[in-house]
Design a protein around this ligand. Sequence first.
Ligand SMILES: Cc1cc2nc3c(=O)[nH]c(=O)nc-3n(C[C@H](O)[C@H](O)[C@H](O)COP(=O)(O)O)c2cc1C
Length: 490
Amino acid sequence: MSDHEPLLSLRSFLDEVDARGELREVRGAHWDLELGAIAELSYRLAMPPALLFRDITGYPSGRVLTGSTGSPGRLGLTLGQGGDHTGESLVQALRGKPTQWAADAKNYPILPVTDAPLLANEITGDKINLLDFPVPRWHAHDGGRFIGTGCLVVTSDPETGVHNGGCYRMEVQDGGRAVTIAAVPGKHGAQHIQAWFDRHGRAPVTVSFGHHPLLLALGGTEVPLGVSELAYAGSVVTNRIPVVLGPDTGLPIPAGSELAIEGWLRPGQVREEGPFGEWTGYYSGARREDLCMEITRLYHRDDPIMLGAPPGRPPHDYSYMRTVMKSAMIHDELVATGVPGVVMAWAHEPAGGRLFVAVSIAQRYAGHARQVGHLTAQLPAVSYMNRYVVVVDDDIDPANLDELMWAMATRTDPADDIEILRRQRGSRLDPMLAPGAPPFTSRAVIDACRPWERLSSFPKVAQSDPGYLSEVRARWFADPGSTTGPGRLR
Ligand SMILES: Cc1cc2nc3c(=O)[nH]c(=O)nc-3n(C[C@H](O)[C@H](O)[C@H](O)COP(=O)(O)O)c2cc1C
């Protein structure tokens, strides 16, 4: 590792992950499907490690990292919460943090620097070739090689100058000379690009392809509009993030980046891209046109590490991160609406952290459960491609699918307790969307709370009193050595 690693260096992060025993090196995998398949198999392990691929077939230098945020310890480290976490303790630690980070971001403007390991190699013009690096073809039916999975695409608001960092898939084009950026209309980066097109006829962009996974977690999650993800990252680590300013565009590139490009997007400068195996668990549909970036400059460290975050049928590379980040943000946004009694929110991983959200509440008044359900369904952190919101009482753990299913099955009358909202914000990635149809979805708000008017008379839950249960547990389950009498059930 270099002596002077910038703040948010991926290499420093990997040293910490390695010290925790959570990093595995993989040598000799092929970039064409094999690397992606190894990563996919690892996501299905009980505690998946981070994988650092090197000596990738045909590429004596250049590395790819997958699984960067796939454990509570690594995600805790990523989010500045320390590495000693279980899933539950990490969620508790994050309570209130997104609100605080967003509010404090203004105190951490980017810190321009002129020296960074990234500047070791600078390539311009015709010599630029993204396929000089081991860009994987991740899934068998992908339309090409996607260099942008864990990337950070930086744009700016042409009026205010505020930066945005978003993670959008990017497919290599023109044999390595160019790259498409698939930012869905409405995403903050897409709004910036359109605003630049309207005012100046082109839009400046920088992209980092390898960086500390904090920038993946923030770039890949709905940080509020108008708050720069780089400033937000500064707020998370309570330090200004050092950046190199691209000489062509003036836009920042994190100084801790391993590999980055800058250049321009222009209206009508498009290439066909996709399909791509996506977070819904399906391929994204037909190949279609998207904006293609003209790359003016490429920078890279020696033997750079690209941050891979391929989606797919869950669990996938970032599904755990998405679930934890979304759950924390939804909880915070819901509390910020002023609605009382919110206990916990959970954005379920098998539904990509978006499609199925559950919230538990302590019911306070008639209509409370529906109010929470409808508010949740429209929160900025939820509105994109959510299909189900379920509200449960506070004796149910919304993160536990068995408990959730029991509440839904026993505390709802489907005719009365499922409300359907139509023409909601969907996604062009929705496997249910008919070809060519605009991306609407309907949405169900399921009130799986006991009916308010029957709270005191609703049938009692058939389980023993918790105090009595712990007495019995101590007497019958606690002594592992005993085979008869107290302790024999252990
Ligand atoms: C690995 C990864 C890939 C993503 N790919 C895309 C994509 O291709 N297009 C898109 O619009 N959003 C994509 N997202 C989701 C966006 O990153 C997310 O909505 C984010 O909030 C966008 O930033 P913005 O809100 O600042 O626009 C991806 C997220 C991750 C983590």
